[in-house]
Ligand binder design. Structure first.
Ligand code: PRP
Ligand code: URA
Length: 209
């Protein structure tokens, strides 16, 4: 069974509260999604392996620890996931970026695939799949199905807000994928939106509503 980690750092909680506010405009919303992406990226990369290297300081030679070259790719689920990418890339600028394009059909609420472009060496990489919202879990499950075709080494799912229904779906369909959330909300409403949630993340990031 995959683990569910709630990253309830005070800075994340504070920024998420502003994000939820209906009066927060698109510019600020976009900035906060990026900042929370960075803070979550910091926690999600906590287990990256290190190796000992020898370096020369201005004073003496010493041993120090550096990332052991483990390869990462950040993969946003389009569109809303794009908002989280830049924050993570500021921490790991050498990471590659894959893209999975899905939209949730307004009637059926089921995800529809429209794009997939991954780095050539995805089978060598650890993947950080990002999307602000984990509602029914349909989009994340389909995205992970698509990623697994590339046989990556390891996949982590990072979302800002999750619903219990989505977490359950993920754990049933992909028990090998750990889930990182800033908040686990109460439930879904009849339109399959997260309650209390923050509304439509893609529309709020891109100002399309
Ligand atoms: C939203 C969100 C997730 C999905 C979550 O995307 O960003 O991808 O819905 O819902 P689910 O867990 O029930 O599948 P949306 O389909 O609105 O597309 P967008 O990012 O282009 O706005
Ligand atoms: N997609 C969103 O953007 N928000 C929700 O609450 C559910 C799905």
């Amino acid at each position: 069974m995959s683990k569910v980690v709630i990253l309830d750092h005070p800075l994340i909680m504070h920024k998420l509260a502003i994000l939820r506010d209906v009066n927060t405009n698109s510019g600020l919303f976009r900035q906060l999604v990026k900042e929370i992406g960075m803070l979550m990226g910091y926690e999600v990369t906590r287990d990256l392996p290190l190796e000992e290297v020898t370096i020369k300081t201005p004073i003496t030679e010493t041993k120090a620890k550096m990332l052991s070259g483990k390869k990462l790719a950040v993969v946003p689920i389009l569109r809303a996931g794009l908002g989280m990418v830049d924050g993570i890339l500021e921490l790991v600028p050498q990471a590659k970026v894959g893209h999975v394009g899905l939209y949730r059909d307004h009637e059926s609420k089921k995800p529809v695939e429209y794009f997939c472009k991954m780095p050539q060496d995805t089978d060598q990489r650890e993947l950080i799949l990002v999307d602000p919202m984990l509602a029914t879990g349909g989009s994340a499950c389909m995205a992970i199905d698509m990623l697994k075709r590339f046989n990556p080494k390891n996949i982590k799912l990072v979302c800002l807000v999750g619903a219990p229904e989505g977490v359950k779906e993920l754990q049933e369909k992909h028990p090998d994928v750990d889930i990182y959330l800033a908040a686990l909300d109460e439930r879904l409403n009849e339109d399959m939106y997260i309650v209390p949630g923050l509304g439509d993340a893609g529309d709020r990031i891109f100002g399309t509503k």
